[in-house]
Design a protein around this ligand. Structure first.
Ligand code: C2E
Ligand code: MG
Ligand code: MG
Length: 761
């Protein structure tokens, strides 16, 4: 870690320069004072006296030059880089000082005055000693300085040649020898100190840089007396500057124009009050124009000399902001559609309730459900289902955005908040606007969907005063219109709430029905119209409610699916159907049994195993059992064909119930893993009057027979319908014309009956 050895040495030498130049003013002051005293003392003793003045001018010139040099050094912005240059300038100055002091032995030496000779030698010894203090960071320089003076002293004293001068020379050797050795030692210690300081600075800087990079931190310092801001290298890099020292205006230009006032106010506040200040702003990278989010803390600091600087520590919080925005978006927006989610919608309603209450306004909640969304999902897969949801969301965004807030509450349920309405007609207009979506055919990949919506409307304050209550009312209104089978909208009324209570009660009763053994199986014959015999029955469930009497399956199967009871009920039906078939087999009746299975039950993991085990437990032939599933299930091959395949491989038959009402096209008939198609009653209803229905039925029969499927026409009620089916070679029929579903006791007689007489009725 840290810089290279060469870089460190360069840094140490720069510090040496700094310290040496810092000492110049003190050594100049001391030297010039000493020179003035020397002139005062030695001028009367020197001949010619002009030599003193020449020496005096020289020493002043040298020291004043050095002081100027020192000023130039401190002002130089490139002194970090020009270490050698400034070092040699300093050395030249220092050596010039040494030479000028050394020349004093020649220019102001008092030839005849022994006492003043000692005084002069002592003064020079003092100057050489002073070099110890002013040049301690460069022992070489200080030694040369001292040697120059010493050699001049010695030479002059030897030239003098007197006994006293030679003794003084000897004495000087001791003093200067001592100073030289001290200088060496002091220099070494100081250099070690500098190295230590540099090393620890480097280590700290490396630590700071690493921390800066990891935490995306940076700092700057603005000396308030200057225009220049010095910043950490990581901050310079973050803001796109090539250098660490920039003009304050350049630094300020990095602040996004819209945030400048805020940042300026924060600066002013810190400078005026001395209090710390926090500010967040956007910074623009001066090179790439990239925007960053910055959090900055500023402090006013003063150095030991009373200079004020503004210190700023800042952190790049772009990632934090992005994450915050993502979290916000996840918490408040629906990921799939980009609409508001349930949480946001509730908050918006709460805010709207406060506003509407204060201003005495009215608003509406519109609750939308995509009818048969499950069918689309089951038939075309979840990807297509997702695209359908997105398509509808986009319609809402384009058509409703102006007048309200749209949200997806989950699944296929959407809500809209329409504000500031006078009366319900405004909400009705919005509901009609939503219903307009159904005017189009939605093309999603290869699939075409005819959208259908059920919409409920609730008004504030008319139908509720809190958000949950209003959504519940709109939901109930939506449910009511869905139940009515009309693809329209309904405005909430109290009657809907009582119907809902009824529904809740039904759910509770349904949970008890299995325990209390309240279900019954009724059977409807399936007739072979060529042999006029009953070839089998379809088991149809009924619920004998203790208070309400016999309830048909249409009124509780969907509830059982919703409250996740359908698997239990389905298993109950299949076990009882098998047990009944076993009894009839034991009576010698050869019949097949068709059982309706709901999609959720069919999709259960253990479904095939349950069916096969139950059949075996009742010692039945697999081929006598037929599972009726709905068309949408059969159209999701990935999920269900494995189950169909497993059951069929054991001989269990699979029938598609209500064929023609789902999403299959006739072209897929050949791929189905099934044995029987049951043509939906709606086609049979119109087969006499509607040529299109006739053609449809004929096509289904022809194709099915051609592909080897059995065909059953459901809901045959009239002899005319039967006649047409017979002409179209439909082999099997089922309907009130022959028999309504009946209790098990009637079946043995039916099995032996000739059904041709029925056809004439
Ligand atoms: P589905 O499987 O299509 O059964 C035929 C329905 O049409 C039966 O109604 C039957 O009574 C009725 N039907 C038969 N012929 C005629 C006719 O000529 N005219 C008229 N108007 N109706 C006729 P049901 O028993 O009320 O059953 C209704 C639906 O409930 C069934 O339709 C089936 O989808 C479902 N269902 C019945 N039992 C079960 C069951 O055990 N499990 C499941 N999951 N669903 C069942
Ligand atoms: Mg059926
Ligand atoms: Mg049916």
């Amino acid at each position: 870690m840290g810089g290279t050895t060469a870089a460190r040495q360069e840094a140490i030498r720069h510090t040496q320069n700094e310290l040496l130049y810092r000492g110049v003013k003190y050594s100049a002051a001391g030297s010039l004072l000493a020179a003035a005293v020397a002139v005062y003392v030695f001028a009367p003793l020197t001949t010619p006296s002009v030599a003193v003045w020449i020496w005096f001018v020289c020493i002043y010139t040298v020291y004043l030059t050095r002081v100027v040099d020192c000023r130039l050094f401190t002002r130089s912005t490139s002194r970090h880089e020009q270490v050698d240059y400034w070092a040699s300038r300093f050395n030249t100055g220092a050596l010039a000082s040494a030479v000028i002091w050394a020349s004093s032995m020649w220019l102001i030496y008092p030839q005849a005055d022994l006492a003043h000779q000692v005084l002069l030698v002592l003064t020079l010894g003092g100057v050489a000693g002073g070099a110890l203090a002013s040049l301690p960071y460069d022992s070489k320089l200080s030694n040369i300085f001292q040697l120059l003076i010493l050699s001049s002293v010695l030479l002059r004293l030897i030239v003098d040649g007197s006994q006293f001068a030679l003794e003084l020379a000897l004495f000087s050797c001791f003093v200067f020898g001592f100073l030289l050795s001290c200088g060496k030692e002091v220099g070494k210690n100081y250099l070690d100190l500098l190295r230590l300081r540099q090393d620890s600075q480097e280590t700290n800087l490396t630590l700071i840089r690493t921390t800066e990079q990891m935490a995306q931190l940076g700092y700057w310092q603005w000396d308030l007396e200057s225009e220049s801001v010095e910043m950490s290298s990581h901050l310079a890099q973050m803001l796109g500057f090539d250098q660490r020292q920039v003009n304050i205006q350049d630094y300020f230009s990095c602040v996004h124009a819209d945030d400048r006032l805020k940042v300026e106010n924060a600066w002013t506040h810190v400078i005026k009050t001395g209090e710390d200040s926090h500010v967040e702003f956007r910074a623009v990278d001066s090179q790439s124009d990239k925007l960053r989010n910055i959090r900055q803390i500023m402090k006013l600091i003063s150095d030991s000399e009373g200079h004020n600087s503004l210190l700023g520590a800042l952190q790049d919080i772009t990632d934090i902001k992005t994450a915050e925005q993502k979290i916000y978006s996840m918490a408040y927006y629906d990921e799939l559609t980009g609409l508001a989610n349930r949480a946001q919608f509730h908050e918006r309603i709460d805010a709207e309730i406060s506003r509407a209450t204060r201003l005495n306004k009215r608003f509406a909640i519109i609750y939308i459900d995509l009818d048969d969304f499950k069918g689309v999902n089951d038939s075309y897969g979840h990807q297509c289902g997702d695209n359908y949801l997105k398509h509808f969301s986009n319609y809402l965004k384009v058509n409703i955005k102006e007048s309200g807030i749209c949200a997806r509450l989950g699944g296929d349920e959407f809500c809209i908040l329409i504000t500031d309405i006078e009366d319900h007609s405004y909400a009705e207009q919005a509901a009609l606007q939503c219903l307009n979506y159904c005017q189009q055919v939605v093309q999603l990949g290869n699939h075409r969907i005819h959208p259908k919506l059920s919409i409920g409307v609730a008004l504030f304050p008319d139908h509720g005063s809190v958000g949950d209550e209003l959504i519940k009312c709109a939901d109930l209104a939506m449910y009511a219109i869905k139940q009515s089978g009309k693809r329209s909208y309904a405005i909430y009324n109290t009657h809907m709430a009582s119907e809902n209570r009824e529904r809740v009660r039904l759910e509770a009763d349904l949970r008890q029905a299995l325990v209390n053994n309240e279900f019954e199986l009724w059977y409807q014959p399936k007739i072979d119209i060529q042999t006029n015999s009953m070839m089998g029955v379809e088991a149809l469930i009924r619920w004998r409610h203790p208070e309400k009497g016999l309830i048909p399956p249409d009124l509780f199967i969907s509830t059982a699916e919703r409250v996740a009871m359908i698997k239990e009920i389905g298993e109950w039906v299949f076990i009882h159907a098998c047990s009944q078939l076993q009894q009839w087999n034991n009576q010698g009746l050869k019949l097949s049994m068709a059982v309706n299975i709901s999609g959720d039950h069919f999709a259960a993991d253990d479904f095939s195993e349950f069916i096969l085990t139950t059949i075996e437990q009742h010692q039945l032939r697999h081929a006598d059992l037929e599972i009726e599933i709905t068309e949408s299930l059969s159209r999701n091959p990935e999920e269900h064909s494995a189950t169909c395949h497993q059951l069929r491989s054991h001989g269990v038959r699979i029938a598609i119930d209500d064929f023609g009402t789902g999403y299959s096209s006739l072209s897929v008939l050949s791929d189905l893993e099934v044995d029987t198609l049951k043509v939906d009653k709606s086609f049979i209803d119109s087969i006499v009057t509607d040529p299109a229905a006739q053609l449809m039925v004929q096509t289904i029969i022809d194709l099915s027979l051609g592909l080897g499927y059995a065909v059953v026409a459901e809901g045959v009620e009239t002899a005319d319908q039967l006649e047409i089916l017979r002409q179209r070679h439909c082999p099997y029929v089922q309907g009130y014309l022959f028999s309504r579903p009946v209790q098990a006791a009637h079946i043995p007689a039916f099995a032996l009956a000739d059904w041709s007489s029925q056809q004439a009725a």
